[in-house]
Ligand binder design. Structure first.
Ligand code: FE
Ligand code: FE
Ligand code: MG
Length: 170
């Protein structure tokens, strides 16, 4: 990391690198969870949801690229072994053992909300101090907010459908 870069960054670079490694591990776990979940999924709207979840999964990989590049710029060492992902991640890996679309979406929603907290925290920690990391965190945060919104909309549609079925049966 350049001397000037060090002087303008946060006081506790190690703490920040720890947070970024947490985010990196979470992105990879989220990537696999969404990717495998999209392929296993069954139920209504599967084609539409599957395609969009694969887009989300790819966006998580894009986030991993941004985060790892910043860790290296800051002079840190990124997590280099997948077996350490669970140690660094704060967001649970939610195994898609029930392939029903609603279950998969609820699990992914938990992941998105956990990611939102993570990037909110990184943005708060770097705001006004480390502009590069701050800007990256806000950029990723905006994607995670969009992912959360996509999933909430599908869950609302599924609920609406269930209500209509109930009415039709009465
Ligand atoms: Fe992400
Ligand atoms: Fe996401
Ligand atoms: Mg989307």
């Amino acid at each position: 990391m350049g001397k000037e870069a060090i002087s303008v960054s946060v006081h506790d670079v190690n703490k920040l690198i720890g947070m970024l490694n947490g985010a990196l591990a979470e992105e990879w776990l989220a990537y696999y969870q969404y990717w495998i979940g999209a392929r296993l999924m069954e139920g209504p709207m599967r084609l539409e949801v599957e395609a969009e979840l694969l887009v989300h999964a790819n966006e998580e990989l894009g986030h991993a690229v941004l985060v790892v590049d910043r860790i290296i710029q800051l002079g840190g060492t990124p997590v280099i072994n997948p077996k350490d992902w669970a140690k660094h991640a704060r967001c649970a890996y939610e195994e898609p053992s029930d392939p029903y679309v609603e279950k998969i979406l609820e699990q992914n929603l938990a992941g998105e909300r956990c990611a939102i907290k993570r990037y909110q925290e990184i943005a708060d920690y770097t705001n006004g101090k480390d502009h590069a990391t701050y800007q990256m965190a806000v950029q990723i945060l905006n994607d995670e907010l969009e992912h959360e919104d996509d999933i909430e909309s599908w869950l609302a549609d599924l609920n609406r459908m269930k209500e209509e079925w109930k009415k039709a049966r009465m």
